[in-house]
Design a protein around this ligand. Structure first.
Ligand SMILES: Nc1ncnc2c1ncn2[C@@H]1O[C@@H]2COP(=O)(O)O[C@H]2[C@H]1O
Length: 228
């Protein structure tokens, strides 16, 4: 990967200086995981930061015996694994491949070393971590919203963060309804029902052949999510 691609693809790298980019790329390790594989395990000790080059992962935390909640879906351009390397504690959650994924990892000591050398990178990382905290707060606030509003909010966030603009609307990966339900904190049946309704209204198009969801009427979805 070229340094320009590295800084364009990853918001975390957008303000890093050229030497930082070059050095990080020279030490980055490539990984590929098949669908369903755990990339990180909650409570395990971790010593690397990961970047998502392609595909999707689910951030999942155990709650009580045998059940879990999905906290986020991360995709191309995101990073994860910063928490354990910054506070030197075990991994806070599982991270599971929702599709085949390609990742880059940077060893903890190397990354910490560069944070001290590149204040722009340091600041950018803080900004992105604050953004995650804001999202977590919005999720808490959304808890009391009707299921359709919550689901529209999830779809709009995925579209804003990862959507490819196409003639048919914003295209996102066909996330299994179970995972969509999980991350929205509503039931699978309810999710299926609402997705079908949105499909009937023509606001979304579900393309199972190409594993894609098209957010055809993004404006209406934003309206429903209370974002405009
Ligand atoms: N609420 C969240 N939203 C997005 N990513 C998260 C959230 N909670 C944990 N993560 C990521 O999941 C990772 C699991 O390993 P770490 O605790 O090292 O670092 C964690 C974060 O990068």
């Amino acid at each position: 990967m070229h340094t320009e691609v590295f800084s364009e693809l990853f918001p975390l790298m957008s303000t890093a200086n050229p030497q930082t980019l070059e050095w990080l790329l020279s030490i980055a390790v490539e990984h590929e995981y098949p669908i369903g594989r755990a990339v990180l395990m909650e409570d395990a000790w971790g010593n690397a930061l990961y970047f998502v080059v392609s595909g999707w992962v689910k951030v999942r935390r155990t709650v009580g015996e045998g059940s879990s909640v999905a906290l986020a879906i991360l995709g191309r351009g995101d990073f994860f694994g910063e928490m354990a390397i910054l506070d030197e504690s075990p991994r806070s959650t599982d991270v599971i491949a929702l599709s085949p994924v390609k990742l880059l990892s940077i060893a903890r000591e190397r990354f910490i070393q560069i944070l001290f050398k590149d204040p722009q990178l340091h600041h950018r990382m803080l900004q992105l971590m604050v953004r995650r905290l804001r999202h977590a707060n919005v999720r808490l606030q959304m808890r009391s919203s009707p299921p359709a509003v919550k689901l529209a909010h999830t779809l709009v966030s995925l579209g804003e963060n990862y959507g490819n603009q196409t003639a048919q609307g914003k295209e996102i990966f066909h996330i299994p309804f179970k995972d969509l339900a999980d991350v929205t904190e509503i039931g699978v049946e309810e999710t299926t029902k609402i997705m079908e309704k949105l499909h009937e209204k023509g606001w979304i198009k579900i393309d199972t052949v190409n594993q894609a969801i098209f957010l055809v009427n993004f404006r209406q979805l934003m309206n429903l999510a209370g974002k405009v």
